[in-house]
Design a protein around this ligand. Structure first.
Ligand code: GLN
Length: 512
């Protein structure tokens, strides 16, 4: 079996169960593919061959003894590098954490380990998950496996590219404003941001705590569901964790009934979200999927949500405010790298300032400055307070939407994978990438992105589905219908390809 990595996670699990393959063989195939492709794609910042092979060997031995194992035990997985892994370097793609080896596991990582999924490595991201192209990694950008001259989206471009290039079937991402869903669209993968609180944030390096959510990245919906099943559930270590039964999302999909599942469901399209500036093909493919949903018996409801127009500016007040507070802990005193100014007896403040100046990249500095400005006495009420009030209005509007509809849908992002060398007039233009994904974070709603076709350049487009809080099961149900409905329009990422253009070496990039 030379093409082991072509298998989905659930196919790998089945092959393991039936004794057609060992976990060691799967992990070796994953590591070989990483070794072959990572120099050009740069999806991984760290690879843990030793740890992954040790877990694989353990799984193989237990299986040989007939021990009861988790169904996905032995299937290789990758973890976004802003999620801490005990004993394995975790940098959040920032120089300020370069070389930091966490003393503990994030809860999601502990759950992967408990289910015995070998963790092959840590994936690249925009520094501290701030960005939409993985261009702001201090360790060089990740390349999109569909076209190495294009970005894979961000911030979770590493996880998305690793899955799209068949280095791993599964990866974890984090989504604060779209960082799982937007890269999913740009790489033709499936990305899910579950309901806020469904998945523990303990050990996920905070960007904006009230918006952050960890979630699965995969090449199909069933694999994503299987991964969500492993990591979801109450965690006493996270005060915002939902303490309630979750149920199996995989089971939901398996019993949903495919495309018939949407019969009679009310699927909303929000006028204000559709007014954004989508690429022609993104819009056309969205309209085609809508027509397919309607043909399958869904009722399409067109609604107006005036407050949604303010989701974008609201997010860009709340996110920097929370980020500037969260990032205050990175001072060179307690974590990671310390830069000491070259002068006699520098003060603690001078060391902190010098460390931050050298350790943080330009986008992180920009957001910290925005955040501290928003939070300044004198500005607080006008900016941060206003944003919080707006957030409440948006939530209320969305509550009304879910009285009239079961889910709402939109294109996931404005455009397909963009070239690295594109012209961006201002940071705001780049920020607009997430205009469709942000509302779900502001309201804590479960949302996912699933491929629905390709554009004129052969690049993947996607549809986003958003459900009411805690309705993750409904989200998966609708998505499983869509997956079936669009199957003929979708092109899977290519497996064999010439990924030969080398990515810049880890230290070539501009880290400052
Ligand atoms: N691209 C968005 C931002 O830069 C979202 C980031 C995220 O979801 N982590 O803020």
């Amino acid at each position: 079996m030379t093409d082991l990595m072509k298998l989905s996670a659930l196919e790998m699990a089945e092959a393991l169960r039936e004794g057609r393959v060992t976990s060691t063989e799967l992990v070796e195939a994953s590591l070989a593919r990483i070794e072959e492709l990572n120099p050009s794609i740069n999806a991984f910042l760290a690879v843990d061959a030793e740890g992954a092979l040790a877990t694989a060997q353990e799984v193989d031995e237990l299986r040989a003894q007939g021990a009861e194992l988790h169904p996905l035990a032995g299937v290789p997985v990758a973890v976004k590098d802003n999620i801490v892994t005990s004993g394995l370097e975790t940098t959040a793609a920032s120089r300020i954490l370069e070389g930091w080896v966490p003393p503990y596991d994030a809860t999601v990582v502990a759950r992967l380990k408990a289910a015995r999924l070998p963790i092959v490595g840590k994936t690249n991201l925009d520094e501290f998950a701030m960005g939409s192209g993985t261009e702001f990694s201090a360790f060089g950008p990740t390349k999109n496996p569909w076209d190495l001259k294009r970005a894979p989206g961000g911030s979770g471009g590493g996880s998305a590219a690793a899955v799209a290039s068949y280095m791993v079937p599964l990866a974890l991402g984090s989504d604060t404003g779209g960082s799982i869903r937007q890269p999913a669209m740009l790489t033709g993968t499936v990305g899910v941001k579950p309901t806020y609180g469904r998945i523990s944030r303990y050990g996920a390096i905070a960007l904006a705590s009230s918006l952050d959510q960890v979630g699965p990245v995969a090449r199909n919906l069933a694999d994503a569901a299987a991964l969500q099943d492993i990591i979801a559930g109450h965690d006493p270590k996270d005060a915002t964790s939902l303490n309630e039964e979750h149920g199996s999302m995989l089971q939901v999909i398996e019993t949903a009934g495919g495309k018939n599942a949407v019969e009679g469901l009310r699927v909303a399209v929000v006028n204000e979200i559709m007014e954004e500036n989508y690429d022609e093909d993104v819009r056309a493919n969205f309209e085609r999927t809508l027509a397919e949903l309607e043909a399958a018996g869904a009722k399409i409801v067109h609604l107006s949500l005036p407050s949604i127009k303010y989701a974008f500016p609201t997010y860009y007040m709340i996110l920097p405010a929370e980020a500037s507070s969260n990032l205050a802990r990175f001072d060179g005193i307690r974590y990671g790298t310390r830069w000491v100014p070259d002068k006699p007896n520098p003060t603690v403040n001078e060391v902190m300032a010098y460390t931050r100046d050298n350790g943080f990249g330009p986008e992180v500095k920009r957001r910290i400055i925005m955040g501290t400005r928003v939070l300044r006495a004198g500005n607080y009420d006008a900016y941060f307070g206003a944003a919080l009030r707006m957030r409440t209005l948006i939530r209320e509007d969305l509550e009304r939407l879910f009285e009239q509809a079961d889910v709402y849908v939109s294109p996931t992002a404005l455009g397909t994978a963009f070239p690295f060398e594109r012209e961006v007039k201002s940071p705001v233009e780049a920020y607009l990438n997430d205009v469709a994904t942000i509302p779900a974070n502001l309201a804590g709603l479960p949302a996912l992105s699933i491929p629905n076709g390709i554009d004129a350049n052969g690049l993947p487009t996607a549809i986003q589905v958003v459900a009411h809080q805690r309705e993750d099961a409904l989200l998966y149900t609708v998505a499983s219908a869509i997956e079936e409905l669009v199957a003929e329009d979708v092109v899977a990422p290519r497996y064999l390809d010439d990924y030969s253009t080398p990515a810049p070496a880890r230290n070539d990039s501009e880290g400052k």
